[in-house]
Design a protein around this ligand. Structure first.
Ligand code: SAM
Length: 262
């Protein structure tokens, strides 16, 4: 048996009820699938039973890649690499369905990379079905005026509709992690605020939420050099705290910042 590597976030899903639930979320017959971090291939086996057109899996651990090759042979295409170094758009012309019980240490980095690299309406995926540490999932789905609201929700909800499917307890994994997990389902939005460079959303939210309990006056002045035209245009109350500004205010701020810099 392969010993799980903590450094690669290896907690394998062993609960058949959860595996069934994941695979029943949408119909994947004849769809092209990308699975991130298949591990020992538990979810991969369930995906295969649903007769997809093609399955790509990206796995970083060489030991697991050898066992996946033996187990699945030519039923799946294995890419032995780090998902963070890969251009997923090159896999297929089809819009893929992406599954991932993501390694917790890089899960937000993976999601942010995917959102930041999306060009306009040109989505390379049809849906993302991803598992996160419960606390991280709560930050992704958070709403304005809550303590979890911040950079992740503002970035993720810019282009994606997000639905929580369920929470998953530690005993569904081996080795058993100390944390609980949540499964999220993402679909691309057909309409979203136009921002040319999504890194501007990241920059603004990082600056604003850096001091989450302080008024937004300071980061606003830092970014816009006290430009009161922008404050008036966006009807911004500079005495508010970062968590009180709604999603569209952040997108508007990113747009104003972009326009100002030409
Ligand atoms: N999907 C499997 C399951 O549910 O049983 C395994 C999930 S485990 C939480 C995360 C998997 O992602 C491991 O197989 C690990 O080796 C792999 N992994 C970790 N970091 C990765 C990376 N940067 N790129 C690709 N795979 C990675």
């Amino acid at each position: 048996m392969i010993k799980a590597k903590k450094s690669l976030g290896q907690n394998f899903l062993i609960d058949d009820n959860i595996l069934k639930k994941i695979i029943e979320i949408i119909d994947i017959k004849d769809k092209t699938i990308l699975e991130v971090g298949p591990g020992t291939g538990n979810l991969t086996s369930f995906i295969l039973k649903k007769n997809p057109k093609k399955i790509f899996v990206v796995e970083k651990d060489d030991r697991l890649v050898s066992s996946l090759q033996k187990k699945f042979q030519n039923q799946i295409e294995i890419i032995n690499d780090d998902i963070l170094n890969i251009n997923e758009k090159e896999f297929s012309k089809d819009r893929m369905i992406v599954y991932g019980n993501l390694p917790y240490n890089v899960s937000t980095e993976i999601l942010c990379k995917w959102i930041i690299n999306l060009n306009n309406n040109n989505f390379w995926f049809q849906n993302l079905i991803l598992m996160f540490q419960k606390e991280v999932a709560e930050r992704i789905i958070a709403n304005v005026n809550t303590s979890n609201y911040g950079r992740l929700a503002i970035l993720a909800k810019w282009k994606l509709d997000i639905k929580k499917i369920c929470d998953i307890k530690p005993s569904s994994f081996s080795p058993k992690p100390k944390i609980h997990s949540s499964l999220l389902f993402f679909s691309p939005k057909t309409k979203f605020f136009k921002i040319n460079d999504p890194r501007n959303i990241e920059l603004i939210t990082r600056l604003f939420f850096n001091h989450r309990r302080k008024m937004i006056k300071k980061p606003f002045n830092q970014l816009f050099k006290g430009n009161m035209e922008i404050q008036k245009k966006l009807k911004l109350n500079l005495n508010l705290r970062p968590q009180n500004l709604d999603f569209s205010t952040y997108y508007n701020l990113a747009k104003e910042y972009e326009d100002l810099r030409g």
